[in-house]
Design a protein around this ligand. Structure first.
Ligand SMILES: [Zn+2]
Length: 171
């Protein structure tokens, strides 16, 4: 069987801690500030074929076989001050890293910058970046610089994979 997915893009919603209808259409998985994980409207299989309009459009130009995972929050995020009235929380981020690990195991996705990357990282590789800022700052880890966030996340994902007890709890 061909794999349902071969990559994951990590986002924020730039909205509230609670996902709205638009958020749920855009991403396959959403994580709130308490670390609760919910599924979006479209399934991962829906993104195998993006010729139709029935898929999660979370990563412009790169949605096929791409799982969209979003942290709910970062509303009105200031790129200069690196603040938001709804900043991402530690429990939320850790739940997300664990979710990414379970997805990587389940779908056999490599933990590399080709397999799991932030929307920011993808955007930076474009000839003309659109200015995506998800994710460039993780409030509980303020020493991680914007160009290190992707590597930091992949390091966390590797930790959760190494500590996986064989039970999928989030996917
Ligand atoms: Zn995004």
């Amino acid at each position: 069987m061909s794999r349902l997915a071969n990559k994951i893009t990590v986002h924020h919603t730039a909205g509230n801690y609670q996902a709205n209808a638009t958020d749920k259409k855009a991403y396959h998985y959403l994580i709130d500030d308490k670390g609760n994980v919910t599924k979006g409207v479209y399934s991962i299989a829906d993104n195998m074929d993006c010729q139709d309009r029935k898929y999660a459009a979370h990563c412009g130009g790169n949605n096929t076989k791409n799982i969209g995972v979003a942290f709910c929050g970062n509303k009105e995020f200031s790129e200069k001050a690196l603040t938001s009235p709804q900043p991402l929380t530690r429990i939320q981020l850790e739940a997300g890293f664990k979710l990414l690990a379970e997805l990587a195991i389940k779908y056999d996705i490599p933990v590399t910058d080709q397999g799991i990357f932030t929307h920011y990282e993808y955007d930076q590789k474009k000839k003309k970046p659109e200015g995506k800022i998800d994710l460039i700052y993780l409030p509980p880890f303020p020493n991680v610089k914007r160009d290190e966030v992707g590597d930091f996340i992949r390091g966390k994902v590797r930790w959760y994979i190494n500590h996986f007890d064989g039970k999928f709890t989030l996917v």
